[in-house]
Write a protein that binds this ligand. Structure first.
Ligand code: AMP
Ligand code: GLY
Length: 423
């Protein structure tokens, strides 16, 4: 069969790598893809938001299955367009992707169905928001309602910061229309865990857990990024936590969406915080995490095509997910200066060292081909992933493998997975 993947980051490279392992697949296409994906798939020069062109391509090329990697096209309704054209596609439709597309919607959903989350209130009026904040406690969390490239969350320590935050989101519209509505949320503390799942509208199957490192600098300092590295499984995602989430969060979220007439088929990514009072949902995403996918998918034993087909055909109740009894760590190699200002276009050397090395992967995030050479083309450049028999071994292997790669302005965190020492 022919498979098309929509997206261009490390996540889509990890999806492509999993798809490649399926004996059912003859050919992989990726739109628009990147230089690394181009080594295992044919990259097609169509952007993720060009729905008409993507549908035309899928029809003319006889694509059997399209997998949507990114949030923007999902929230924009790409799945509805593919379904209208009778094309087989994996991801939530527009009505369901609102779970990620609107934080105000997801907070209201959790409140209505008693799914544990931080206390909050939604606002469309800046003065009303300020009044509410003045009467409450600090720190307080302000969230732009819509998609904001993972940057629409502001943690404010005092009233001045909160005033500035309201201005940034609602008046200056730094995140555009995403800030028309703003969620004001209680600040929580605890360890964060990412749990990804396959969902067929009714049944949910949980993948192995992972933890991201969102800040740019060692020791969780510096600005928020798309993610600087991950490890899987998370030792903090204990059996007890799992039981709580199964009882109060996972199935409850799927059922809530179905009851609302927004049946969700695709990936639900639960961003959880393990607070003193138990696990709480920080956010939902409607797609694989990036770089969570880079440590979760390489450990999955199932044929990803079988699992995706079961989601589309609503037979996921007949599937059990299986993961290797090992660990994986992904260290992101970024361009120095990310997430603010950085140079690109530098040649990347050492990529060939990953060829045929079992348990080592170099997922491309921001790369492109330039006269036959692979050069840097983004803030996050590569995700170097290694497996090991346990987290410590995987971490040692991943950091060893980061040494194989060289490019000007190479930057990485040196403490990815350090938290596992405390486990
Ligand atoms: P979100 O996009 O909602 O996951 O928020 C991004 C990050 O902001 C999370 O990964 C947390 O580190 C932090 N955050 C979000 N909501 C809260 C909260 N209620 N309390 C503390 N930190 C939060
Ligand atoms: N790593 C966080 C995300 O994919 O949203």
């Amino acid at each position: 069969m022919k498979v098309l993947i929509v997206g261009s980051g490390g996540r889509e490279h990890a999806i492509a790598e999993s798809v490649k392992r399926s004996p059912k697949v003859d050919k992989i296409y990726c739109a628009p893809g990147n230089a690394g994906i181009g080594q295992i798939a044919e990259c097609v020069d169509i952007k993720a938001m060009e729905f008409d062109k993507l549908v035309d391509f899928a029809k003319s090329e006889g694509i059997d299955l399209t997998i949507i990697g990114m949030d923007d096209p999902l929230v924009g309704g790409i799945v509805d367009e593919f379904e209208k054209a009778d094309l087989r596609v994996f991801g939530p439709n527009k009505a369901a992707a609102i779970l990620e597309g609107s934080k105000a919607f997801s907070k209201d959903l959790m409140k209505k169905y008693n799914i544990p989350t931080a206390k909050y209130e939604n606002f469309t009026d800046a003065d009303e928001a300020l009044k509410y904040i003045e009467a409450g406690k600090f720190p307080v969390v302000l969230k732009a309602d819509g998609l904001a490239l993972g940057k629409g969350v502001l943690i404010c320590n005092n009233l001045d910061e909160a005033k500035e935050g309201i201005k940034t989101i609602m008046q200056d519209k730094k995140f555009g229309d995403a800030g028309n509505t703003m969620v004001v949320e209680e600040f929580m503390t605890g360890r964060e865990v990412s749990v990804l799942s396959f969902v067929d509208g009714k049944t949910i199957r949980i993948m192995t857990s992972a933890q991201d490192h969102k800040r740019a600098g060692d020791g969780d300092t510096g600005l928020n990024t798309g993610g600087m590295g991950t490890f899987s499984p998370s030792p903090f995602y204990t059996k007890e936590v799992d039981e709580f989430c199964k009882k109060y969060i996972f199935q409850a979220s799927v059922d809530a969406m179905a009851t609302e007439g927004r049946e969700f088929k695709g990936i639900i990514f639960f961003g959880l915080m393990l607070t003193e009072d138990g696990p709480r949902v920080l956010e939902y995403n409607a797609r694989f995490g990036d770089p969570e996918a880079q440590v979760v998918l390489p450990r999955m034993k199932n044929d990803i095509i079988d699992v995706i087909n079961a989601c589309i055909d609503q037979t996921l109740d007949q599937v059990e997910l299986e993961f290797e009894d090992n660990a994986a760590v992904c260290v992101v190699l970024a361009s120095d200066g990310y997430p603010v200002k950085y140079e690109k276009g530098f040649e990347i050397k050492g990529l060939e060292k990953f060829d045929d090395k079992d348990g080592y992967y170099c997922f491309h995030a921001g790369t492109r081909l330039d006269n036959g050479k692979i050069v840097t083309n983004g803030g996050r450049v590569l995700g170097v992933t290694a497996k090991g028999e346990n987290l410590k071994a995987a971490r040692a292997n991943a950091y060893e493998a980061t040494k194989w790669i060289d490019f000007e302005n190479k930057y990485m965190r040196n403490d990815i997975g350090k938290a596992i020492d405390e486990a």
